[in-house]
Design a protein around this ligand. Structure first.
Ligand SMILES: C[S@@+](CC[C@H](N)C(=O)[O-])C[C@H]1O[C@@H](n2cnc3c(N)ncnc32)[C@H](O)[C@@H]1O
Length: 283
């Protein structure tokens, strides 16, 4: 199997190299070689985990039929896969830096605009990575921005570039911000990576106020995940393919689908937090 570095993966999705990217390629060869070494080591690690029992367990109903829903993992698998991701991303910070592929900056603007942030809002960027959304969010004058990531290295990078953000390290499933304290949350290019989605979406709904928005997006489109799946050392989930599927998946967590866009190069799902009364889940 041919494996690609993250930048090559972006290019594969776009078909051709931009001038900036060609220059980037010429100057980054040594760094990429290091990244490849890290990735190969992590792939070996992932194969070991697979041999020890596999990581994908599909939920089955009483008749044995596959159920729609999130992949289930044991607590130990969640810990190990999260550690693996934190290590992978922590060792590859630089290859997530600009120049971004053509069209991505504009699509990121659209993603942020879809959240209708108003001055004074509290915004949470889940799986912030290098904080690519932060400057775009700052244009809307929120009162505070929380940047969350598994990787301490990513957060150090974000704090250097955007000192005013509040960095919160760890799995979003464990974030302990106050109930109803968040107006807008983003999960950009990170939905497939969240291992324990049941706990994550229960927790995000708890932190969002009623009427708050959760934006799940990818600026290279849903199909991009297929390319990543072949090249990353940890499992990635697909995005919901249809609005009805998204509604069915997220209604139990207290979310209504208020926007669904599935364009070739842009995936954008906006969920609005509903009132669940005193129930933990809205079922
Ligand atoms: C592909 S990067 C995307 C970063 C950024 N959102 C962007 O658009 O460039 C995914 C990031 O999500 C983080 N991540 C993955 N699972 C997470 C989780 N459960 N909680 C918090 N961060 C997570 C990873 O550490 C990584 O930095």
């Amino acid at each position: 199997m041919r494996t690609l570095a993250p930048r090559q993966i972006q290019e594969a999705a776009h078909g051709s190299l931009t001038g900036d990217t060609r220059m980037w390629k010429e100057t980054m060869t040594a760094r990429l070689r290091d990244a490849h070494r890290t990735r190969d080591r992590l792939i070996a690690h992932a194969r070991l985990i697979q041999r020890e029992g596999g990581w994908r367990k599909t939920a089955h109903g009483r008749k044995g039929a596959e159920m729609r829903g999130f992949t289930k993992y044991t607590a130990e698998e969640v810990r190990r896969l999260n550690r693996l991701q934190a290590e992978y991303f922590g060792e590859n910070v630089e290859i997530f830096e600009p120049p971004l592929p053509e069209g991505v900056p504009e699509r990121l603007e659209r993603i942020v605009a879809s959240a209708s942030i108003v001055p004074g809002d509290s915004v949470l960027d889940i799986g912030t990575g290098t904080g690519i959304l932060i400057p775009l969010v700052q244009k809307y004058s929120p009162a505070r921005i929380y940047a969350n990531d598994l990787s301490e290295v990513m957060l150090e990078f974000v704090k250097t570039h955007s000192p005013s953000v509040i960095a919160v390290q760890g799995d979003v499933a464990d974030l302990a911000l106050a109930d109803g304290s968040i107006d807008v949350a983003f999960i950009n290019a990170c939905y497939p990576n969240i291992i324990d989605k049941h706990r994550a979406f229960t927790n995000v709904r708890r932190m969002l106020r009623i009427g708050g928005r959760l934006i799940i997006s990818h600026p290279l489109g849903r199909s991009f995940i297929e390319i990543l799946k072949k090249n990353l050392p940890f499992p990635l989930d697909d995005f919901p393919r249809e609005e009805a599927e998204a509604s069915e998946m997220f209604a139990p967590y207290g979310f209504r689908v208020s926007l669904f866009l599935d364009e070739e190069n842009l995936y954008l799902l906006r969920l609005t937090a509903e009132d669940c009364g005193s129930r933990k889940l809205c079922t």
